[in-house]
Design a protein around this ligand. Sequence first.
Ligand code: PBG
Length: 318
Amino acid sequence: MRRTPTLRAAVRETLLAPSQLVAPVFIKEGIAEPRQVASMPGVRQHTLDSLLLEAKQLRAAGVTSLLLFGVPAHKDAGGSEAWNDAGILQQALRALRDDHGDELVLIADTCLDEYTDHGHCGPLRADGTVDNDASLAAYARAAVSQADAGADLVAPSGMMDGQVAAIRSALDEAGHAEGVGVMAYCSKYASAFYGPFREAAECAPQFGDRSGYQMDPGNGEEGVREALADAAEGADILLVKPAVPYLDVVARVKAATGLPLAAYHVSGEYAMVHAAAERGWIDGDRVMAETLLSIRRAGADLVITYAAGWAARRLADR
Ligand code: PBG
């Protein structure tokens, strides 16, 4: 069954379709021109105009889902720009919705690290630790503001306990009971693979790290428990992150919940492929394609990747 390309294609178990790709995009307030992110070839911090152009190009390639991160001009200790109805992310959501109607799935990152001056994912207590329950209130306000601006899904990524339930009930009360879903980062690890993202989103913690709220890399069982908890709180899509170092968690979460599942091939994973390819040490295109397929094979329905546009165009060429 491996003799010819057609035979191999006929019995291939796993396929990757453009509709299964999600492209993360960064929209930055107060810049006149888009800025290339040094450690992520092909990824830029967008202006509103360049974002709209990028969305058109992604859609032309067949990518129909965007995950949006806002980078505000003004940050404060509470991250208040996150729920500014006229904030940069909200502006982007409205403009994209205007351009594309329901032809694009718009997913808003619901977190505070891009918005706080200290770079942590929630407001701090006097001792410098993140206040879980104060974070929930802020996430709920941000999620409602994002839903009002046109998000199909909000995606809480801060790993606070109870974040899905808090957001779900706030959305319901605000009249978004049926129209807006929650894509829950259920099993997000305190990972060294997020380095380049923190440059793109300008959200590196100014002190300490995120291991007080993100998961310990040694814990697979807990990854499943977190997924079950988020499912019980009303998550519509679950998310494991990073992807490749945690494919076992992807497989286990899928088996345990049966819910739609996304896996996030994160910035460091993307950067490593490009860096090795630049040195001529690997065939970057083939490694990227094999990587994205392996994420699907492990059980992810959706693959969130900075290579979404590239992958969709490559699939179309076949
Ligand atoms: C935090 C957030 C992070 C990423 C997405 N949302 C970074 C972090 O936890 O420090 C990382 C994504 C990537 O590395 O591509 N809200």
